[in-house]
Design a protein around this ligand. Structure first.
Ligand SMILES: Nc1ncnc2c1ncn2[C@@H]1O[C@H](COP(=O)(O)OP(=O)(O)O)[C@@H](O)[C@H]1O
Ligand SMILES: [Mg+2]
Length: 297
């Protein structure tokens, strides 16, 4: 597929893929695509960071390769591992009673075979280096990984080259599009930020959020969508521990639809709060302010 000609073109493409990007995000993505640089998207939970990587893969018909980060993730889980179980089976086969073929046992050859491509389990980074520009590599929630892992990632992102001692060096001629996301539970290092283009993804404005709801919940009435969005935007001002993201807005609309509500009033809101407020302390704050939240809707 042809690369997008300009920012407007990319915005349209993403829209066709069900993703509504504002001008800032679309521009950042366009530049990342053009310059072949990784892009780091930071923002609150549920603002559409992960989703945009999926949408990019879809509209460019590229494979989405996802590396989900978590506390304690290490390099082998990101790069490759040896398939120990299969290696053990192979060793048994080699040394078992049926193995005596009369030929002398060549230990080096056996080891070579055990550490060959057949026994290699590719993990996302190796997969992405192999796939090159046929893939979108999503490195999701990098803030959950520790410092060491971040440093290691920086190395991989610098040269898109992975050396497996037993096999050799694998290099991406044309690197994949790399999207990193962070929910900002901690600061990332300057070095990593310097390597990437950066964009802060904020909550969408009401108008855009209504549009997102209409795209994601086909058939929903525009009035209900607008009311829910107004209430959610107000909820975000309440300093909750877990402010509702766009996913929660969508969930809320769906829940209201399921219970047959056409309005957001105090009763229907109370009945369906579980789809939007997910913490006990937050629930109390919301209940205290519910009339005010609803009055705006
Ligand atoms: N701009 C957008 N266009 C379409 N859908 C969106 C948009 N932003 C958020 N969403 C919806 O919100 C959900 C949550 O977004 P997600 O990417 O998981 O958030 P994050 O990764 O930032 O925590 C997505 O599954 C998608 O349905
Ligand atoms: Mg995410």
């Amino acid at each position: 597929m042809d690369p997008p000609a300009d920012v407007g073109d990319l915005t349209e493409l993403l829209r066709d893929g069900g993703y509504l990007a504002d001008r800032g995000l679309a521009t950042a993505l366009f530049v990342a695509l053009r310059l072949g640089r990784p892009i780091l998207l930071e923002g609150e939970v549920g603002v559409g960071k992960t989703e945009v990587a999926k949408a990019l893969a879809e509209v460019f018909a590229r494979r989405l390769i996802r590396l989900q980060c978590y506390e304690g993730i290490d390099t082998s889980q990101a790069l490759y591992e040896w398939d120990y179980a299969r290696q053990m089976l192979q060793i048994r086969a080699l040394s078992g009673p049926a193995a005596g073929s009369g030929q002398p046992f060549d230990e080096d050859a056996a080891v070579d075979r055990l550490f060959g491509p057949k026994f290699l389990l590719e993990r996302p980074l190796l997969e992405a280096v192999r796939a090159g520009d046929e893939a979108v590599l999503l490195i999701d929630e990098i803030d959950r990984a520790d410092d060491e892992f971040e440093a290691f990632l920086l190395e991989v992102l610098s040269d898109f080259q992975i050396t497996i001692p037993e096999i050799g060096t694998i290099r991406a001629e044309r690197p994949p599009l790399v999207v990193l996301t962070s929910n900002r539970t901690r600061e990332l290092h300057d070095a990593l930020k310097r390597r990437c283009l950066y964009h802060w993804v904020g909550y969408p404005c009401a108008e855009r959020e209504i549009e997102i709801v209409l795209t994601r919940v086909p058939g929903v009435s525009e009035t209900l969508a607008a009311k829910v969005v107004a209430a959610v935007q107000r909820l975000r001002e309440l300093e909750l521990n877990k402010p509702p993201g766009v996913a929660e807005t969508i969930d809320w609309v769906r829940s209201l639809e399921v219970v047959g509500a056409t309005e957001v009033d105090e009763r229907t809101a109370e009945d369906t709060l579980g789809s939007i407020v997910k913490e006990r302390d937050d629930l109390e704050v919301v209940r205290e302010n519910l009339d005010q939240v609803i009055s705006l809707a």
